[in-house]
Design a binder for this molecule. Structure first.
Ligand code: PLP
Length: 473
């Protein structure tokens, strides 16, 4: 039956809410990850093409028994891998309501109130960052898509369609920038990788030298990408200085703030972001440090009309008749997508329902967790930091007494085995980075549930798993 009765909808809803309550209630007792194989999971899923439907309870049973236990528990307070938000319950309700309304945010007339809500929430984000009142943008699927849209606008602004185009970004930049350059025909190899300093921030002397060399060779520098939180170490490039260099050479300045930019909400980190509001474009990910579930990224342009020149496309079937400017508004003029989900609802429900004060406190607490980990590591004689903590990312390694005299390669190999063993153990989850050629255990605190005690547990887990590795070797 395609249309459930009102009683069925209520029963389904009650069962789903109960599942959610049980799941969130047990979260701390779950393992973040468990060893599993593709085959093991496939064997649990009935592969037959369904001809007759099953009950809703039957569907939930599969979700409860075969999906949840075989997933990484991203909401767990000790999920430190990658740049993973926990997903916040209010957004689950927003997603339910967004799918119920099924608004399609192409143009104003397709979804008048949802479009206004997106414009409002984008404007709130603009205010958080301190951009001028004319700046604007839209929600996209994530940081990668936001970077792509911004680089497309940057190229349009310079109106270059030449193979001599060159752009600049530090060697610590996320791969989505090079991918955007490849997809836009600029060429992956034409993204000049600029050296970083000992804090993994872009070296502006190398940036200027590379731009100058390219100009002398008759090439066309058009864009510099600054990081507001690199994915490896959380380094924030000197944004005001990069703006000054961009102006000197007439480059578009794009900021990749996908991981770090919302830390501007935390008093103790705010000074790192001075000058961010002067960028020509910025990529952000509410599905990272605003704790929202995927997918919601965001791109803001200082002058949206330039983006319009890159994306606007008239087709007879999309032409609008007799509309005033506000009502003629089309998101497709500012980004790559046509059909778009009502992503703004979860951003609005979060900002309006939780408020900036609580979000700032949560981000501040994440920063404090990373700094606490750093202080414990520096005070220990069996862990070493491999980069300073700048936001909520920490990179370190374990060097137990038995290994202090081993070669750097042997210590790398041990930490690599330790990472795999920790992930399989399941009490805490880290990912990895390579810093100055050395293997680093890498963590990122991005969950409002994480406490200082979780950071202590992480080190205990590593020591416990390492002992097992060393005794079994
Ligand atoms: C700095 C940075 N930029 C871009 C991205 C890509 O974001 P998304 O995964 O939302 O496409 C990430 C993802 O971790 C990131 O950390």
């Amino acid at each position: 039956m395609l249309e459930p009765t009102a009683d069925e909808i209520r029963d389904w809803g009650n069962s789903v809410i109960q599942l959610m309550v049980d799941y969130l209630g047990d979260l701390r007792d779950r393992r973040v990850y468990r060893q599993m194989s593709s085959r093991e999971i496939r064997e649990k899923l009935d592969p037959a093409l369904p001809t007759k439907g099953i009950s809703f309870d039957g569907l939930l049973k599969v979700f409860r028994e075969n999906i949840i236990p075989f997933s990484r528990q991203n909401a767990h307070p000790r999920m430190f891998g990658y740049v993973q938000s926990p997903g916040i319950p209010i957004a689950a309700f927003a997603d339910l309501l967004a799918s119920t309304l099924n608004a399609n945010l192409t143009v104003w007339r397709s979804a008048p109130a949802p479009v206004e809500l997106e414009r409002l929430t984008i404007d709130w984000i603009r205010q958080i960052l301190g951009f001028n009142a004319e700046a604007g943008g839209l929600f996209v699927s994530g940081g990668s898509m936001a970077n792509l849209a911004a680089i497309a606008a940057a190229r349009q602004a310079k109106d270059f369609s030449s193979s001599r185009l060159r752009m600049y970004a530090s060697s610590a930049t996320h791969f989505s920038i090079a991918k955007a350059a490849a997809l836009l025909g600029i060429g992956r190899e034409n993204v000049r990788l600029v050296a970083v300093d000992e804090r993994f921030k872009i070296r502006t002397d190398d940036l200027v030298a590379k731009i100058t060399t390219d100009l002398e060779a008759g090439l066309l520098p058009f864009c510099v990408v600054a990081n507001a939180g690199t994915v490896d170490t959380g380094a924030v490039d000197p944004l005001a200085e990069i703006r000054e260099i961009a102006d000197r050479f007439q480059l578009w300045m794009h900021v990749d703030g996908s991981y770090g930019a919302f830390a501007i909400l935390a008093e103790s980190a705010r000074r790192l972001f001075g000058g961010i509001e002067q960028a020509d474009s910025i990529a952000l990910d509410p599905h990272k440090w605003l704790y929202l579930p995927v997918d919601v990224g965001c791109v803001i342009y200082r002058d949206p009309e330039i983006a319009r020149a890159a994306f606007a496309h008239e087709a007879d079937y999309t032409r609008m008749f007799g509309e005033k400017a506000d009502e003629a508004f089309a998101f497709w003029d500012y980004g790559p997508e046509l059909s778009r989900r009502f992503r703004a609802l979860k951003v609005w429900m979060l900002l309006k329902g939780v408020g900036l004060e609580s979000l700032s406190e949560a981000i501040e607490s994440n920063l404090a967790c990373a700094r606490y980990l750093e202080s414990m590591v520096r005070a220990s004689d069996d862990f070493e930091m491999l980069a300073p903590v700048q936001l909520s990312i920490f990179c370190f390694r374990h060097v137990p007494a038995q290994l202090t005299h081993e070669s750097p390669e042997a210590i790398d190999a041990f930490n690599e085995r330790l990472l795999v063993a920790l992930q399989r153990d399941g009490s805490s989850y880290l990912s990895n980075a390579t810093l100055a050629g050395r293997f680093a255990l890498r963590g990122c605190v991005l969950n409002y549930r994480t406490t200082l005690h979780d950071m202590e547990i992480l080190l205990d887990d590593l020591r416990r798993v390492a002992r097992l590795l060393l005794t079994s070797a």
